[in-house]
Design a binder for this molecule. Structure first.
Ligand SMILES: Cc1cc2nc3c(=O)[nH]c(=O)nc-3n(C[C@H](O)[C@H](O)[C@H](O)COP(=O)(O)OP(=O)(O)OC[C@H]3O[C@@H](n4cnc5c(N)ncnc54)[C@H](O)[C@@H]3O)c2cc1C
Length: 327
């Protein structure tokens, strides 16, 4: 853990990233304020399915294909954090039922991820899950206990003598020029009135069904460059149809739709590190893996604040990589 005594930091945004960052900084001895104008959980982190899925994200999502090592390293930080703050991790694994079983199994094998083909599915233990709203509450309690001060207000600019960490999700206005690089990706997700409550996450092509004690979750659409949170009946119907094609018995259940806005950078990995704006650090753009990446992002941010080595993944996450690509 980075040594941060004497550091004064304002964190903007109380999603998965901001809460993990605030907690990590406060544990290291920093004086931390966390600002967010929204009600707790009214953000992408609260809407998310909560998969910690390095295996199938790497195998199924082209934007993550080259980052299996980073996603696995992020996942491996979860057991210690979860134990410390009281988040329960479901380690039942995940199974893919789709049209590309051979290719998905081969891809996982090439990545060194243990998986097996069982009839019509590929199963791996390497993908886990948490319940996002419970996890947000647990992180908030732990952060408060570590001394983080919460304020329900917008962050506007770095305060005198304090660093500002932007963990502002899909926010693209003001505060730092790099936020203009973010692309919003809207996602619809369905919460069912029943369905599987425990067991492996079920993944198909463009669809997943996540068992949850409060009702299974079906996700999710990926609507690029859309940042309104209205519910679109046609998208909901398409998600339902895809889920029922995998599990016809889900047709019996009621579904409540929600939407959230993910933020994506041009290469699919977040921007974590110094902004061109003085005294500002960025922690944005986690796209569809913000829960998975949050503890790794928190460690990298804490290392920057402490002036320590930010570790082996920092270069891939450095916001300045986009300047280098342009230059
Ligand atoms: C449908 C859906 C399903 C998903 N499923 C998964 C999944 O299974 N696994 C996974 O790992 N990820 C998943 N994701 C992605 C994940 O939700 C995001 O990557 C993650 O929540 C991003 O967290 P964040 O803290 O960056 O942003 P957010 O959770 O969006 O939080 C940002 C916060 O910043 C606040 N804010 C904005 N501007 C300011 C300001 N100026 N001052 C102060 N506060 C400000 C906002 O009010 C907000 O509360 C999913 C996303 C969606 C939409």
């Amino acid at each position: 853990m980075a040594r941060l005594t004497g550091a004064k930091v304002t964190v903007a945004g109380a999603g998965a990233l901001g809460l993990c960052i605030a907690l990590e900084l406060a544990r290291g001895g920093a004086e931390v304020s966390l600002l967010d104008p929204a009600a707790p959980g009214d953000n992408a982190s609260g809407v998310a399915a909560g998969m910690l899925a390095p295996a199938f994200e790497t195998a199924l999502d082209a934007a993550s294909a080259d980052h299996g090592d980073l996603l696995l390293a992020a996942r491996d930080l979860w057991p210690e954090l979860a134990e410390r703050v009281g988040i329960s991790l479901d380690r039942s694994g995940a199974a893919y039922y789709g049209e590309h079983i051979g290719a998905v199994a081969a891809r996982l094998k090439a990545l060194g991820i243990e998986a097996g083909v069982y009839g019509d599915r590929v199963y791996t233990r390497e993908d886990w899950r948490l319940s996002p709203r419970m996890a947000l509450a647990a992180l908030r309690s732990a952060a408060e206990a570590a001394g983080v001060r919460f304020e329900q207000t917008r962050a506007e600019a770095p305060a005198d003598g304090a660093l500002l960490v932007l963990a502002t999700g899909a926010e693209r206005r003001g505060l730092a020029a790099e936020l203009a690089l973010l692309e919003p990706i809207k996602g619809h997700i369905l919460r069912l009135s029943g369905g599987p409550d425990i067991g492996p996450v079920i993944r198909g092509d463009g669809i997943y069904i996540v068992p949850d004690p409060s009702g299974a979750i079906v996700g999710a659409t990926m609507e690029r460059r859309v940042d309104d949170r209205t519910i679109d009946a046609a998208r909901v119907a398409a998600l339902r149809a895809a889920a029922e094609a995998l599990f016809p018995e889900l047709a019996e259940l009621e579904a409540r739709a929600e939407t959230g806005i993910r933020a994506a950078t041009p290469d699919g990995l977040p921007m974590v590190g110094p902004s061109v704006t003085p005294d500002v650090l960025l922690a944005v753009g986690a796209r569809r893996n913000g829960w998975l990446l949050a503890p790794l992002v928190a460690q990298v941010v804490a290392a920057y604040v402490a002036g320590d080595d930010p570790g082996p993944f920092a270069a891939r996450l450095d916001p300045r990589r986009f300047d280098r690509q342009q230059g």
